[in-house]
Design a protein around this ligand. Structure first.
Ligand SMILES: [Zn+2]
Length: 295
């Protein structure tokens, strides 16, 4: 049967036998029959895969990673259940096309704030909270209240709307702001912390326990890969200088810059990579990354 979400009005199909469902667009959990919201405390069940295996396999495909890193010794695996406040926010600027619709999660533990900043949490898959998970991992009580988290979520959405308005040349003012905020509950979210040893050195990584994505991982780059990157970066830089000299013949100093700057811009990331033996990687594309927040 088709149901309509009481929060975001999206229509979707659920099996006839089901009595409670979660909207795949905004994360509202509600009774199909009465449309009433149910539950304020949830958790995401961890997937059955070994996080260390996922982590090392991912690292082994990264640029410059040692070929035998998949065989690194796993020293420690910890499953953290991190509390996250969720909000569904619809905001728009009256008289403008600037609009934001987002399900946003604000981590409620300071220790994980940076790791999970603007994290793209999945909408689907949460379950009603179950006491038994407390014993299955490291469980945290929220340190940040729902009210504080709500303020933070709203400020992010407002910053995004401001940016959009600016991009389309519209005037932003607080009075024209129309915000619709729904609290979607506290979710205990599984995050794996993995420590491994390679060449008698210790490295770590974080793996999303709900879907297996690599959030952040450290690995050593081989010296051959660093040398290669150094040579490549130097080559790109040299090509920029040559292009600069050729352009300088026609355009003087500005011509030189016109040729040199693209070369420099291309060389910097490559040289930066070659300069660091320990690399940081991951496969998360964070939301709102293009916005610079003011404290
Ligand atoms: Zn919805």
């Amino acid at each position: 049967m088709e149901v309509q979400c009481p929060t975001c009005s999206a229509k979707f199909v659920v099996p006839d036998t089901i009595s409670v469902t979660t909207c795949p667009y905004c994360g509202t959990t509600f009774e199909v029959e009465s449309k009433e919201k149910v539950g304020e405390h949830f958790f995401f069940p961890p997937i059955g895969k070994d996080p260390a295996g996922l982590l090392l396999k991912f690292i082994s495909r990264e640029y410059g990673a040692p070929a035998d890193i998949v065989d690194a010794r796993v020293k420690e695996k910890v499953l953290h259940y991190v509390p996250v406040h969720f909000f569904y926010i619809h905001g728009n600027l009256i008289g403008s096309t600037a609009e934001e619709v987002i399900l946003i999660g604000i981590p409620a533990v300071k220790k994980f704030k940076e790791l999970l900043r603007n994290y793209p949490f999945p909408v689907r898959g949460k379950r009603f909270f179950d006491e038994s998970i407390v014993k299955k991992g490291k469980y945290y009580e929220p340190e940040i209240s729902r009210e504080e988290a709500e303020k933070e979520a709203i400020s992010k959405v407002v910053a995004a709307i401001k940016q959009e308005a600016r991009d389309s040349g519209d005037w932003f003012s607080e009075e024209k702001l129309d915000l619709d905020v729904h609290y979607q509950g506290l979710v205990h979210y599984p995050i794996w912390e993995v420590h491994y040893e390679y060449g008698s050195e210790e490295f770590y990584g974080f793996v999303d326990g709900a879907d297996g994505r690599i959030i952040e991982a450290k690995y050593p780059m081989t010296s051959e890969a660093r040398k290669k990157a150094g040579v490549l970066g130097g080559g790109v830089l040299a090509a920029g200088i040559v292009a600069g000299i050729i352009f300088a013949a026609a355009g003087g100093f500005w011509g030189f810059l016109g040729g040199f700057i693209p070369g420099l811009a291309g060389a910097i990331p490559i040289l930066f990579k070659s300069a660091h033996r320990i690399q940081t990687t991951g496969q998360i594309r964070r939301v709102y990354e293009h916005i610079h927040f003011k404290p």
